[in-house]
Write a protein that binds this ligand. Structure first.
Ligand code: NAG
Ligand code: NAG
Ligand code: NAG
Ligand code: NAG
Ligand code: NAG
Length: 693
């Protein structure tokens, strides 16, 4: 029978990915419930309830093909219901955040059911209807940072088999000098035949292909755990191509689970990683042409880094107190050590107002304040004097990152103290004032703002739209703003928007023991600007070209430009500002034909960029339409489109993906909070057990 649970939140089991009747010590598990039925919810029929049997995954094949840095992954999971009664099996996969799901098919009893991509709103309606009628399958929880979760559940007859195929695609982003294919493996149970294969086929020689230790996906570790090395087979087919295979048997899967700190009966739950790099052109990059499209990969190796002017804008509001400020201090100490000798830096901390530190004196020199506020513990004259002293002192200029100043900078960091509210407007305005005053046009110093906050604006200007418009206007496109949201309290969409409008990007720092490592990791990516104001000049014999102007190229990164072409297309030089002033970098005139087509790469990049512009736009109507056209044409599941699966004997249902870093909490029967935790790629019998937290 099918047990219907209140609401969407199918209640589920702790840890290992499927229902099992044993009680764990953190949660009691109830197989039947005597909870009275709530509105719209069928009563649970306890008599017919049987011990849940998890349909067995007897084979799982994960296959990734990468060509021209464009990766297509297919996950195939084959299951059999060994029970005497029908069981609902759930297929759930964690996909990388930057990937678009591009296909889903399930085969049940030899029949196949193909999912199609539909406009989000439309799909949502179908989904909400299903939820309202209580039929919606709960979304399974698997946790991994920077990931999405795809879940679908289906009823399988006794002794029947089902196969699920999910495909997703992404353009790999070069970071710290390499590309990384990240494959989340979360079957939820040990799997007899587990095969992972990654094929790389590039037009340039491969510099290296490596498989580092498996990761949990939720933690950065400082040193590699040898017991987590995958010992994958790396077959270098030829100079430009390689095949990596990873086939852990059941024993090995359990060992990895143990090393990763997860339940071994839940099988392997972690990330298998393949890293590689290609030989690069020293200056103008690499242009590939396939007849209908071109792509230009640009990551020059012979460019001297630009000196930079970094303004650190650090939230020291009350919510930062405790672990967060300690982690921030740890990270800042190392980040300061990594400044280059010819860089300059300023430190601003902010809570009720913004404070600019005099690094030399290791004291706050300038504070912002819109109006006089008396200090209750001082007399009026003194109070006015102190106020004047704090707010009317000149803002100190950035400090040279020499050894002495870096040491003093660390002392400043040591003095930071968390207290008070969050005045984001004052903080960012002050940072821009420093840059506007000290950065001379045409000077090579690249200004950068590193803005960290764990909350929303609560003092000064608190209207996010006003903050965005004032800051964007004051900045005038000059300084990239990199935002870091720390923990769950920060307003991520606000930070994303303000960063995108100011030529930067936002990153999330997950709460965890490794938060300071995440911060350092982020900083590493932006620590060496190579070129600023990078311009690709594609205009003739091309159309539908992706973004052609970039404010900065960082060491270890890459800029990718793609477009549609007409006959007669030729590579064009790139103009930028470098260490020695304006530079022109010319790609080789010889264009190469890539292995495989470039069309989907172009479509992927185009859609990603439209969605980013849409994130930052006030009126999203036109961009939504543009995005939808591409998403539907290339069947990409994105912010504007959803996947709809017509399930056997049921109405069609939209399948949503969710942020996979969180474990969902919600109200279950009896009003208890339930923490759901499940593994992806796995199967379970939802609704067969209820877990009271
Ligand atoms: C990868 O390529 C092989 C053959 O070259 C093909 O059979 C397989 O379906 C491809 N996989 C994906 C995910 O595109
Ligand atoms: C290398 O191997 C791949 C895959 O077999 C093939 O497509 C490619 O043409 C080969 N390249 C060279 C230079 O032989
Ligand atoms: C104000 O600043 C001046 C100069 O820095 C200092 O001499 C004076 O003691 C300060 N006054 C107060 C009340 O802090
Ligand atoms: C947004 O733009 C669309 C198309 O350009 C227009 O029809 C619509 O009125 C605009 N909406 C608002 C709220 O300005
Ligand atoms: C729907 O269910 C009925 C009765 O269980 C079954 O006979 C029929 O084959 C099912 N249809 C599909 C499309 O699975």
């Amino acid at each position: 029978m099918k047990v219907l649970l209140p609401g969407v939140l199918a209640l589920l089991v702790v840890q290992s990915g499927y229902c099992f009747p044993q009680v764990t010590d953190t949660a009691s598990l109830v197989i039947t419930s005597t909870e009275p039925a709530k509105d719209g919810v069928e009563p649970i029929d306890s008599e017919k309830e049987v011990k849940p049997v998890v349909p067995k995954i007897y084979e799982m094949n994960i296959n990734t093909n990468v060509s021209n840095r464009y990766a297509k992954t297919q996950i195939a999971s084959k299951v059999k219901n060994l029970d005497k009664s029908a069981n609902e099996a759930e297929f759930s996969v964690v996909t990388p955040e930057r990937a678009f799901i591009s296909g889903f098919v399930m085969e049940i009893d030899g029949k196949s059911y193909k999912a199609y991509v539909q406009e989000k709103e439309e799909a949502k309606k179908t989904y909400d209807e299903a939820v309202a009628s209580g039929r919606a399958a709960g979304h399974v929880e698997a946790s991994a940072r920077d990931s999405n979760r795809f879940t679908v559940s289906v009823n399988i007859e006794p002794q029947s088999k089902a196969v699920f195929y999910l495909q997703y695609e992404e353009l790999l982003q070069r970071q710290n000098g390499k590309y990384e294919v990240v494959i989340n493996i979360h079957p939820g149970q040990p799997v007899k035949n587990m095969n992972v294969e990654v094929k790389i086929d590039e037009s340039r020689p491969l510099k290296f292909v490596e498989t580092p230790a498996l990761r949990s996906g939720n933690e950065i570790s400082t040193k590699e755990n040898e017991n987590l090395l995958p010992n994958a087979n790396i077959n270098r087919v030829n100079e430009t191509s390689a095949i990596v295979t990873f086939k852990p048997d059941i024993e090995k899967q359990k060992e990895y689970a143990k090393e990763l700190g997860t339940d071994k009966d839940g099988g392997l739950a972690g990330q298998f990683i393949v890293q590689y790099e290609v030989e690069r052109d020293p200056s103008g990059g690499e242009v590939l042409v396939d007849g209908g499209h071109f792509v230009h990969f640009f990551a020059p190796s012979e460019v001297k880094p630009l000196p930079k002017m970094v303004i650190f804008v650090l939230d020291t509001s009350g919510s930062m107190s405790g672990t967060r400020i300690d982690q921030l201090k740890q990270a800042m100490n190392r980040i300061l050590s990594e400044l280059h000798e010819n860089d300059v830096f300023s430190i601003i901390d902010f809570n009720d107002n913004a404070k600019v530190w005099n690094v030399d004196k290791v004291a706050v020199q300038h504070e912002t304040a819109s109006e006089y506020q008396p200090f209750w513990y001082r007399n009026e004259d003194e109070s006015k004097q102190v106020f004047k002293n704090r707010t009317q002192q000149p803002i100190p200029s950035p400090y040279a990152a020499n050894k002495a100043n870096v040491e003093k900078g660390k002392q400043v960091v040591g003095k930071l103290h968390a207290d008070g509210s969050t005045n984001i407007m004052d903080a960012l305005k002050t940072a821009l004032t420093i840059i506007n005053k000290n950065h001379e046009e045409g000077k090579r110093n690249q200004p950068i703002i590193v803005f960290l906050t764990d909350g929303e604006a609560t003092s000064g200007e608190t209207n996010n739209d006003k903050i965005i418009s004032s800051i964007t206007e004051l900045n005038n496109g000059k300084t990239p703003l990199f935002s870091l949201s720390f923990g769950d309290g920060a307003d991520r969409s606000f930070l994303q928007k303000i960063s995108l409008k100011n030529n930067g990007f936002a990153r999330h720092i997950y709460e965890g023991a490794d938060a300071s490592l995440q911060l350092e990791d982020f900083y590493k990516g932006i620590s060496s600007p190579l070129l600023s104001d990078v311009k690709f000049k594609y205009v003739d014999k091309v159309k539908e070209v992706t973004r052609t102007r970039y404010p900065i190229l960082f060491h270890g990164g890459e800029i990718v430009v793609a477009g549609q072409i007409d006959p007669g297309f030729a590579p064009r030089p790139i103009e930028a500002m470098g260490f020695e002033g304006p530079v022109t970098l010319t790609p080789p005139t010889e264009v190469k034909t890539p292995p495989g087509s470039l069309e989907r790469l172009w479509a992927y990049l185009t859609l990603k960029q439209i969605l980013e512009r849409r994130d930052a736009a006030e009126n999203k109507t036109d961009l939504t339409k543009q995005a939808l056209d591409i998403a539907l044409k290339y069947s990409f599941v994105s912010d504007v489109s959803s996947l709809v699966v017509v399930k056997p004997n049921e109405t069609s249902k939209a399948v949503e993906t969710e942020d996979a870093s969180k474990q969902r909490q919600g109200f279950g029967p009896g009003g208890h909070y339930q923490t759901l935790s499940l593994s992806a790629g796995g199967l379970r019998a939802p609704g067969k057990c209820i877990c009271y937290g």
